[in-house]
Design a protein around this ligand. Structure first.
Ligand code: FE2
Length: 296
């Protein structure tokens, strides 16, 4: 894959800056686009209480995240910055890894501007503004999670030197995007990929198909993932502090030297060394693969 460059965006976004940020052009969203946001928001709002970590709901509340339509990043960032020093910046699409990490390391969360169409309510492979903002931003109002995201960005900048971004990307995938957390009230979702998806908000917690395995940094960094379907394994933390402590100020150099010499695990694997919370049947994934193999 050729790395994306500023020139790829210049035609459509003449205002694109060297750090790939653009103006959100909030005034240009149509009523239909605001309506899509409202529908998605209302759907998740009904579903999430009792399923999502309370820290997420607290974030929604303190940020006064708009239900009525797509939020204006300027307003949202001003409020978020007062709480944890983070801002939300708009980018036109994919950005190079070093740019992404540099933003995170400086407490800037990059978000896409576009929103899915009414025909894409239930599934979208590339992240849109509902995923990026509704899914990710509420937890950035939580001080510990906010620190973790900065630590991740700094870790990413160091990992670039070791050419081991793929391993670190798995950590992001299985925590920030698809993480579960075990709390006194029960198992809860917190990953943005789950929280912003109606189907996966239910599947990740209730379905007998996926494995739910206690988080372990090395185990996660050795595990492949699927980007085009529900996860076959979710990794479970006990607290956001646990996540932060696993990454902050830790010298990853020995880990990065060791990782390429170790075998990789597949998304559905369960190991003898795992602390298994739920052993999945994998029935969903199997049925799906069988269907894909059927002649058209
Ligand atoms: Fe995301």
């Amino acid at each position: 894959m050729t790395p994306v460059t500023i020139d790829d965006y210049k035609d459509k976004y003449p205002d694109v800056k060297a750090d790939f940020t653009v103006d959100q052009r909030w005034d240009q969203y149509t009523d239909e686009e605001h309506g899509v946001w409202r529908t998605l928001y209302e759907r998740q709002e009904k579903l999430l209480p009792g399923r999502v970590a309370p820290e997420f709901l607290e974030g929604l509340e303190v940020l006064k995240l708009e239900k009525s339509g797509i939020p204006d990043f300027r307003r949202l960032s001003d409020d978020l910055e007062k709480l944890t020093g983070w801002r939300v910046v708009a980018v036109p699409g994919l950005v190079p890894e070093d740019v992404f990490f540099e933003h995170l390391a400086n407490r800037r969360f990059v978000a896409g501007q576009f929103i899915r169409t009414p025909q894409q309510m239930d599934y979208l492979q590339e992240p849109d503004i509902f995923h990026d903002v509704f899914g990710h931003v509420p937890l950035l109002a939580n001080p510990v999670f906010a620190d973790y995201m900065e630590a991740y960005g700094k870790g990413g900048l160091r990992a670039l030197k070791f050419n081991t971004i793929d391993h670190l990307a798995r950590l992001y995938w299985y925590t920030v995007e698809f993480g579960l957390i075990r709390q006194p009230e029960g198992m809860r979702i917190y990953g943005a990929g789950i929280v912003s998806s109606k189907g996966e908000s239910i599947f990740a917690l209730d379905d007998p198909s996926p494995n739910r395995i206690k988080f372990d940094l090395m185990r996660v960094m050795r595990t492949n993932y699927r980007i085009d379907d529900y996860q076959q394994t979710y990794f479970v933390i006990d607290s956001f502090d646990e996540l932060f402590e696993a990454t902050v100020d830790r010298d990853f150099a020995p880990i990065y030297r060791e990782l390429p010499t170790l075998s990789e695990f597949q998304p559905e694997d369960v190991l003898e060394t795992d602390e298994v919370i739920t052993r999945g049947t994998q029935a969903y994934a199997r049925a799906k693969r069988a269907k894909e193999r059927e002649p058209a």
